[in-house]
Design a protein around this ligand. Structure first.
Ligand code: KIV
Length: 277
């Protein structure tokens, strides 16, 4: 049985929560086998899967497509799907309708970027029975427009705003909050001041859990290499090596060999040759 929002909530203070992004069936299956608690269908898929510069062009159709594939690949992990830019900001009814679409596509919960300003929207999605994860600190959908990639909560005043945002999400009924690129000291303060789990990305070791983009841990995405992302493999180099070897084998005739071919019975072949002759 996939993990529920209640189970994730109960992990706070007892067991660290592991979250990884996934956008397709095969990767979801492998990450689920790896035992992560949550598969996040992030709108980062727009960048690493579709080649956009940022997450702003990502549509609901694309998120539903990714979510369907991921939910078919998981067995035990909870599936949380990102609500893309402008799929929840216009009105509460727009947010509820789009959250419902993601659940119909296979998500167990949705994630929205924002704090105090989306408190009522989060509340209305939670009230209809869809678990919500918040996302504050660096918010890729809007912070990039306003100030570019920048560490958040470096000053007392910006830290206080972030703490208020975390509390607003907790009050709205969110079951967890992603803290992106927040100074580790402020992440610790937020983690200690809310009763729901914090999931850090570039926010230090004191969060209740951690999330990374799967392409980063596998060393697949070359365009941006964030300082906070630990690369466990360098798959892009291995893939280029494998593809080059394949191409060379095709050119030289080394591939396919007998091992990779199918044969006809000898007698059938002789009968065929006779007939043709
Ligand atoms: O879209 C995404 O992958 C995310 C994570 C970076 C938290 O929101």
């Amino acid at each position: 049985m996939p993990k529920s929002a209640r189970e994730i909530l109960s992990m706070k203070g007892t067991k660290k929560i592991s979250v990884i992004t996934a956008y397709d069936f095969t990767t979801a299956q492998l990450c689920d086998k790896g035992g992560v608690d949550i598969l996040l269908v992030g709108d980062s898929g727009g960048m690493v899967m579709l080649g956009y510069e940022n997450t702003i062009p990502v549509t609901m159709e694309q998120m539903c497509f990714f979510t369907q594939a991921v939910s078919r690949g998981r067995q035990n992990a909870m599936v949380v799907a990102d609500m893309p830019f402008m799929s929840y900001q216009a009105s509460k009814s727009q947010a509820i309708e789009n959250a419902g679409r993601l659940v119909k596509a296979g998500a167990d919960a949705v994630k929205l970027e924002g704090g105090v300003e989306i408190k009522d929207t989060v509340k209305s999605i939670v009230e209809i029975g869809i678990p919500v994860m918040g996302h504050i600190g660096f918010q890729p959908q809007t912070t990039t427009l306003q100030e570019g990639y920048k560490v958040q909560a470096k000053t007392k005043d910006t830290a206080l705003v972030l703490i208020q945002n975390a509390k607003a999400l907790e009050e709205a009924g969110a079951f967890g909050i992603v803290l992106e690129m927040v100074t580790r000291e402020v992440s610790k303060i937020i983690t200690e001041s809310v009763a729901i789990p914090t999931i850090g990305i570039g926010s230090g070791p004191d969060c209740d859990g951690q999330v990374l983009v799967v392409h980063d841990i596998l060393g697949l995405y070359e365009k941006i290499k964030p300082k906070f992302a630990k690369r466990y493999l360098e798959l892009s180099a291995d893939i280029v090596k494998a593809v080059t070897a394949y191409r060379n084998d095709v050119i030289s005739g080394k591939f396919p060999s007998q091992e990779h071919s199918f044969s006809m019975e000898k007698t059938e072949l002789e009968r065929l040759k006779k007939e043709i002759a």
